[in-house]
Design a protein around this ligand. Structure first.
Ligand SMILES: N[C@@H](CCC(=O)N[C@@H](CS)C(=O)NCC(=O)O)C(=O)O
Length: 83
């Protein structure tokens, strides 16, 4: 099964770390996209998720085009890929 998750993130972001911990726990591969530190330069994040905060998860195979909010993402990953 080809599955490509994408995570928009920022180094040092604790909310991103929370999501990355869950991805590691579930042994999921993903592409990481490092966003600019300035919110003003995060046009792509806004395009996919409707806001400029990170983390944002993309899971196209499951119709997730840009999910914001770390708590929602962790819950989604657990529900979708957890045992
Ligand atoms: N409630 C959000 C908070 C995320 C958050 O504050 N992320 C920071 C980076 S650590 C950020 O992108 N701030 C810019 C913004 O929220 O617009 C979550 O849990 O995902």
């Amino acid at each position: 099964m080809v599955m490509t998750l994408k995570l928009y993130e920022l180094p040092g972001c604790p909310y991103c770390a929370k999501v990355k911990d869950k991805l590691a726990e579930l042994d999921l591969d993903y592409d990481s996209v490092e966003v600019p530190a300035s919110k003003l330069e995060r046009d792509e994040v806004e395009e996919v998720s409707g806001q400029r905060g990170v983390p944002v998860l993309v899971d196209e195979e499951n119709g997730v085009e840009g999910m914001p909010e770390s708590t929602d993402i962790v819950e989604y990953l657990e529900e979708t890929y957890g045992s």
